[in-house]
Design a protein around this ligand. Structure first.
Ligand code: D41
Length: 671
């Protein structure tokens, strides 16, 4: 073998291995830079020696020319559909039916999350991908080989040597929720219409004639079964088949479990349903399959669905309801948010009566009218959204949603910045809604954490003219509070004590509490550790603000503008005069920086301190904290009840410690 040929083979194999570790195992073996460097080297070699380019080379995933049209594909074995179950009772009946036929009493099931995506069939000849097809009507689908080739989770060549000469792998194409949101943000910023949900986005991405478009979409293929097989022997059960598929290079669900009896299957359903919001892809149920292939064969199928499998469906994440009206709320920073008032509807496991309409662009995009039937979606932890107005059901003329011309609270004129979707009230200093918003933010848990001064009390104080800005809080007396409606002497004392107690604080908290636009907790922390001193931040130029981690020109100008207003500088002065102090960051730096250079994530329930306190302690010891586990995480501090972060850390091989370990570490640091 010539030396370029050998190098090409070695590089291809290494890139395949790295790609599998990253995509299938969530456990990278190389940095992005290393991967890119190897891929670049491979491209160089292939450009110099074009006759050595293989169709299965990692470089051959993009660049195909667009098709003129799709061709249809007949599935050798039809792609069956699934019967539905909606309750534990349905599962009991499912088991009884099948157990009776087999002369057994209890069946062994393989349970797997039902991914809410688009089914795809992949055909491998001698281990090489030769064709990809959509499910279509189950008998005939469309050839989408050109698009499937662009997906990193679709192996161009199978791993290992023990595969049949002909192997059809079936599975679901999904888009993880986080990637879906990023994708929609990108669509919006380039003026393209947003996708309704991850499944529609996946379907639309697979249906492209131009594979260069598909290549930009964050599609993931997860295998769930084998179809046509020739010239080879496969394992004897479904669960073993899934392990086999993983071994030859496919991503499969890590949540799959083998159980005995329908009760255990229903318990699995409950567990998955509980984790639903944390699982990174949309799931619309659990598929329960008789695990043994001989039993499957004996059970057979009726019309288009196997008797041996059933989809236990979850409550829908999308429902239809009526738009009753739209309210306009003024946020803390003046942004006007339209909020849809809905006929209450049960969706994603909760009753929803409000949904966000985001902004004026979104209202225009949806072209929604008051009285319309609309599709509401609640998925993950996000605020319910309206994804579509069912205009074909609209009867007669319904009123359009009119965006207000003036602030619904202070009646000031509204403005819209160039390049910004939000329409705002710029009257921040005199708009009651914004003043109240600023007060609520100031006392909130992650800001000054003034327990005992809630929203209701703040509004009362504001409406009575006792408090108009955050510094006024520190002038309040027990007598003033006790004189308010529904306020006893005891709670008045408690509230004043809480206000007093908040005076000893930390600089990052204080900065965050000021409510500067775009300055969240992380930015506040970055500012505090960079500048150490508040005075330095207040007088910093835009350029020096931009030197702080993650502070770009926009955030820098918000900070600069905030502190250039006399009113705000005065406010800070009054707070300091009232006695606000923060532990000197210089002291903090003097703590042993035993965690310097480490990134920690905290999850689960802790006994001795809250997660936020644990995070603050980690940072005081020189460590960094992050909200989610990734390959950059060094340590996961996990208390009881830790969920997806723990399993992610385990799969990535991240060091995991419990609270006892953490307390020992603090003792060593003499904290
Ligand atoms: O996750 C899924 N969406 C999923 C779909 C799954 N995990 N397993 C499935 N198994 C089958 C059989 C039992 C017929 C092999 C399926 C589907 N079918 C399916 N997907 C679309 C229609 C049917």
């Amino acid at each position: 073998m010539s030396s370029p040929e050998r190098e090409i083979k070695e590089l291809s194999a290494r890139l395949d291995r790295w790609s599998l570790a990253y995509h299938r195992d969530d456990s990278p073996l190389a940095s992005d830079a290393e991967y890119d460097r190897a891929l670049r080297r491979l491209r160089e070699l292939e450009t110099a020696h074009p006759h050595l380019i293989s169709r299965t080379s990692p470089t051959q995933r993009v660049g195909d020319k667009p098709l003129d049209q799709f061709t249809s594909v007949r599935h050798t074995l039809p792609m069956l559909s699934l019967d539905n179950a909606f309750s534990g009772d349905d599962l009991e009946a499912f088991e009884q039916r099948n157990a009776n036929k087999l002369g057994l009493s209890v069946l062994r099931f393989c349970c797997e999350p039902k991914l809410d995506g688009v089914a795809m069939s992949l055909l491998y000849e001698d281990g090489v991908l030769v064709r990809a097809a959509t499910r279509g009507d189950g008998t005939t689908g469309e050839d989408i080989t050109h698009n499937a080739r662009t997906m990193e989770t679709v192996p161009l060549r199978l791993q290992g040597g023990d595969y049949p000469t002909m192997l059809e792998v079936r599975g679901e194409v999904v888009i993880p929720r986080a990637a879906f949101h990023r994708m929609n943000e990108k669509q919006a910023s380039s003026g393209e219409p947003a996708f309704q949900n991850p499944r529609n986005a996946a379907a639309g991405s697979l249906r492209q004639l131009d594979p260069r478009i598909t290549a930009t979409r964050p599609l993931v293929f997860m295998a769930y079964s084998v179809g046509h097989v020739e010239g080879g022997i496969l394992p004897g059960s479904h669960s073993e088949t899934l392990s086999y598929l993983s071994r030859i290079g496919f991503k499969t669900s890590k949540l799959t479990q083998v159980v005995d009896g329908w009760q255990a299957a229903e318990a699995f359903v409950d567990r998955i349903l509980e984790q639903r919001d944390e699982i990174e892809v949309d799931i619309d149920g659990v598929v329960i399959k008789v695990n043994d292939f001989e039993q499957q064969l004996a059970l057979g199928f009726v019309s288009r669905a196997p008797r041996w499998a059933i989809a236990r469906k979850f409550p829908a994440q999308e429902e239809v309801t009526t738009l009753l009206g739209v309210d306009f709320q003024v946020g803390r920073t003046g942004a006007i948010t339209p909020v849809a008032r809905l006929q209450p509807v049960f969706v994603g496991g909760v009753t929803v009566s409000n949904a966000t309409l985001h902004n004026a662009d979104e209202i225009a995009r949806l072209d929604v009218r008051i009285g319309d039937q609309v599709i509401v979606r609640r998925a993950g932890d996000v605020i319910p959204q309206i994804v579509k107005a069912l205009d074909d059901r609209r009867e007669g003329d319904l009123p359009k949603v009119a965006f207000p011309q003036e602030c619904p609270d202070c009646r000031d004129a509204l403005t819209r910045d160039l390049n910004e979707a939000a329409i705002r009230c710029e009257n921040s200093l005199a708009c009651p809604a914004q003043q109240k918003g600023a007060l609520e933010h100031f006392v909130s848990r992650k800001a000054m954490d003034i327990d005992g001064v809630g929203e209701k009390l703040l509004h009362q104080l504001f409406d009575q003219g006792l408090v108009s800005d955050i510094a006024d809080l520190y002038d309040l007396t027990v007598e003033q509070l006790a004189a308010l409606d529904r306020m006893g002497h005891k709670s008045a004392v408690k509230a004043i004590e809480a206000i007093e107690g908040s005076k000893a604080t930390e600089l990052p908290r204080f900065l965050y509490a000021l409510g500067i636009r775009e300055v969240g907790e992380a930015t506040a922390r970055a500012l505090a550790s960079h500048f150490v001193d508040l005075g330095m931040i207040m007088t910093a130029s835009r350029e020096s603000l931009e030197e702080v981690n993650d502070v770009g020109p926009v955030v820098a100008s918000h900070i600069h503008r905030f502190f250039s207003r006399d009113m705000n500088r005065e406010l800070v002065g009054r707070l300091i005069d009232a006695g606000l102090v923060w532990s000197l960051p210089k002291e903090q730096v003097a703590l042993k920086a035993i965690l310097a250079g480490q990134t920690w994530v905290v999850t689960g329930k802790l006994e001795a301190m809250s997660r936020d306190e644990a995070g603050a302690t980690i940072r005081r010891l020189g460590g960094q904290t992050a909200g989610s586990v990734s390959k950059k995480t060094d340590v996961l501090l996990a208390g009881p009840g830790a969920g997806s972060k723990l399993s992610k850390a385990e799969s990535l091989g991240v060091k995991i410690i419990d609270e006892d370990d953490f307390m020992r570490l603090l003792a060593e640091a003499e904290l």
